[in-house]
Design a protein around this ligand. Structure first.
Ligand SMILES: Nc1ncnc2c1ncn2[C@@H]1O[C@H](COP(=O)(O)OP(=O)(O)OP(=O)(O)O)[C@@H](O)[C@H]1O
Ligand SMILES: [Mg+2]
Length: 222
């Protein structure tokens, strides 16, 4: 077993930002690359578990599902067994999300290209800064990264990215575009990397996102 350990939690206090989509697609991408990756579904809605059970290749990636007091042991168990754990959390600040944030190396915050989404992301960043101010995380803060999800070529996407960057928020360069293929991936228990030529553009942007997460996380953590 590798000494390398990393927990990446998808966190957004605003619902529907793309946490589950990005968790599943990143896990698929890293699994496809041969990484020892596992998933944890810490959202009581269990959308990620339903995606995983959809009868496609994502089923080969180990998954746990936990709520309440079981979140902590479930996450620690997966951390012991796998080099990389991707955790999907609920779209609001709850105790389960806070339990995940005790262990996460990286909090990846998806947000859409609208003023309301940018505001939601700012609120999530504030929550994460509060977590980093706790005694438990003061010396090993969770690294905060943001990703724009559901973007288009419209002016609003560029405007929102410009504003967020101007405020010095840690938004990754690759974005995830609004594409039907992401919903199709969920229906078929798959991820773009496994979905052939029709998913080429989605697979490429998820691969770029995986690389950017890896480099950004590696650079400033450990
Ligand atoms: N890049 C995208 N392109 C098209 N549809 C998307 C994209 N990202 C997410 N969606 C769709 O938007 C909806 C919400 O996405 P998702 O479930 O990933 O968000 P979430 O943050 O996990 O939501 P929740 O807060 O309910 O857990 C889903 O129907 C999903 O298929
Ligand atoms: Mg979700």
């Amino acid at each position: 077993m590798s000494d390398f350990r990393r927990v990446i939690a998808l966190v957004a206090t605003k619902g529907g930002a793309g946490k589950t989509t990005i968790a599943a697609c990143l896990a698929g991408e890293w699994g496809h690359r041969g990484q020892d990756v596992a998933l944890l579904d810490a959202d009581p809605q269990r959308t990620l578990s339903a995606w995983h059970a959809g009868g496609g290749p994502l089923v080969d990636i180990p998954i746990g599902a936990a709520s309440g007091a079981s979140v902590d042991p479930a996450l620690q168990g997966l951390m012991k067994q796998h080099a990389l754990v991707i955790v999907d959390t609920a779209g609001f600040a709850n105790r389960d999300t806070l339990a995940v944030l005790r262990w996460a190396d990286v909090a990846l915050v998806p947000f859409g290209p609208s003023p309301a989404d940018a505001l939601g992301a700012a609120q999530t960043i504030k929550l994460l800064c509060d977590v980093n101010a706790t005694v438990e995380r003061q010396r090993t803060p969770v690294q905060i990264l943001m990703v724009m999800n559901g973007v288009s070529r419209g002016a609003m996407t560029a405007h929102i990215r410009g504003e967020v960057e101007r405020l010095g928020m840690p938004v990754l360069a690759p974005s995830v575009h609004r594409r039907q293929i992401y919903a199709e991936a969920m229906l078929s228990g798959s991820a773009p990397c496994w979905m052939g030529s029709g998913a080429k553009a989605a697979a490429a942007e998820i691969a770029a996102l995986a690389d950017a997460c890896w480099v950004s996380a590696g650079r400033s953590n450990k």
